[in-house]
Ligand binder design. Structure first.
Ligand SMILES: Cc1cc2nc3c(=O)[nH]c(=O)nc-3n(C[C@H](O)[C@H](O)[C@H](O)COP(=O)(O)O)c2cc1C
Length: 428
């Protein structure tokens, strides 16, 4: 096993420079990189490459990190068969984490990123080696609201489905989905100062988590909480029981939280939790003794793996949902020094065929902001009262637990290391 943590940046720009980067080009300060970019003829670097330079500079700040920038344009040329593909596969195999940087094309990622995803998807060996590797995403579009977030989410979802573990940008910036940059003309991304800062934070975050994962030697039984946030006639509760029993036999400590039965008031959007902090503690205006967050919040924080469980039904008859109120109320937990930091989130959706709520995406986009690690959603399909893929769902839970045990066991207990050196409350 190689000793250094390896983070690889993958550029999906069709107008990448062809420049062969060495880490000397971007492992220094933001100012030096900015000079380096300006010394080169304007327009040489694609904005996706510049975003990557910033992100990998952030990774270097964590120390003992090896980095590399890969231009997908060097491997995929038009409709020709891909070149030197084994080299690309080896690079992915040796990386602890990868940062994908894509231009926004019609609100989505580029065709080069698509080819990269298809390459991994078609290679069963690669698919097994990438399981549990980490991924972060950067996107660059010409306009404000040009689709940076949509492209980012689509890339993230496809990478999760391949087996990567998704991270956002770190709490030293905004702790959202990853890097989003505004720049149109080639070579101009460095002018978006906030965009660059968020890319740096993204690179720093993935390096930090990858390093923790490498050093991680705590063997413990993961504490797993199923949060039932949307239920229909005990459908989810009854289905979760056998899954839970199997996990417990494999050494997990699993509990079900039927949150849909609890009293959970909606967030009042007051000024208390974002502004009134007492040391690291933030407060909540809702003081009802019967409210779930008043009484039982501490239990939630003990989980290593959180499985938000929701029934997504075509008709809303008999559906009880608290997921909106619940997620809103977690704002205080986030403001309270990111108490869900480093927990795994594994959305579990019981999806009636024909329902279009996309609750799996929504759990990802809401909960990644808690500085968590996202595992691919597990979906159980229901059609006319029949469960279509129960066997595969059990297998998915088994795989998830195996990856957690082998690579991440105990990582959420290192939360303090994850936060202590950089958390500054950012914004409102
Ligand atoms: C086919 C095409 C579609 C595009 N679609 C969008 C878009 O939806 N939103 C946007 O903000 N910019 C869009 N752009 C602009 C690019 O995202 C922008 O120029 C970006 O900086 C390119 O990154 P690169 O330099 O890494 O290639 C599009 C550009 C092309 C060529």
């Amino acid at each position: 096993m190689h000793a250094m943590t390896t983070i690889t940046g993958i550029s999906g720009s069709l107008r990448s420079s062809g420049y062969k980067f060495s880490s000397d080009d971007y492992s220094h300060s933001q100012l030096q990189i900015s000079k380096f970019i300006k010394q080169n003829p304007k327009g040489l670097f694609a904005n996706s490459e510049i975003s990557l330079m910033a992100a990998l500079m952030g990774s270097h700040q964590k120390g003992d990190v090896t980095t590399k920038i890969v231009n997908l344009r060097d491997y995929f040329k038009g409709s020709k068969p891909p070149k030197k593909i084994n080299k690309l596969k080896n690079i992915i195999n040796y990386s602890d984490g990868i940062i994908i940087s894509t231009p926004v094309y019609f609100g989505d990622y580029s065709s080069l990123i698509r080819k990269f995803i298809e390459l991994i998807r078609s290679d069963s060996k690669l698919l097994s080696t990438i399981k549990g590797k980490m991924v972060c995403i950067l996107t660059c579009g010409a306009k404000r609201n040009g689709g940076q977030e949509t492209a980012l989410i689509y890339t993230l979802i496809d990478m999760l489905n391949l087996g990567f573990i998704g991270l956002g940008n770190g709490p030293d910036s905004t702790a959202q989905y990853g890097g989003t940059v505004i720049a149109g003309q080639k070579g101009t991304a460095f002018e978006d100062d906030l965009g660059m800062k968020i890319c740096i934070s993204t690179g720093r975050h993935i390096a930090k988590v990858a390093k923790l994962k490498r050093l991680n030697n705590i063997e413990l039984k993961p504490v797993i909480h199923f949060w039932i946030l949307q239920e229909k006639k005990r459908l989810a509760s009854d289905l979760v029981m056998p899954i839970l029993n199997r996990m417990n036999k494999k050494g997990a400590k699993t509990s079900i939280y039927p949150l849909y039965q609890e009293k959970i008031a909606a967030c009042l959007a007051c000024d208390i939790c974002p502004t009134k902090t007492d040391g690291n503690k933030s407060h909540c205006k809702i003081n009802l003794k019967t409210d779930y967050f008043f009484n039982k919040k501490q239990e939630m924080i003990k989980a290593d793996i959180i499985i938000p469980t929701l029934v997504s039904s075509v008709k809303n008859k008999d559906v009880i949902s608290v997921y909106k109120e619940f997620i809103e109320r977690t704002r205080k937990i986030r403001r309270n020094n990111y108490q869900f930091t480093m927990k795994w989130i594994v959305p579990f959706i019981l999806l009636e065929v024909g329902s279009q709520e996309h609750l799996d995406f929504r759990m990802i986009t809401s909960l990644i902001r808690h500085n968590t690690m996202i595992y691919k959603p597990i979906i159980l399909y229901l059609h006319k009262g029949k469960l279509l893929n129960l066997y595969e769902v059990h297998k998915e839970f088994h795989t998830m637990l195996t990856i957690y045990h082998t690579s991440f066991s105990g990582i959420s207990k290192q939360k303090d290391q994850c936060l202590s050196d950089y958390y500054i409350p950012f914004g409102y």
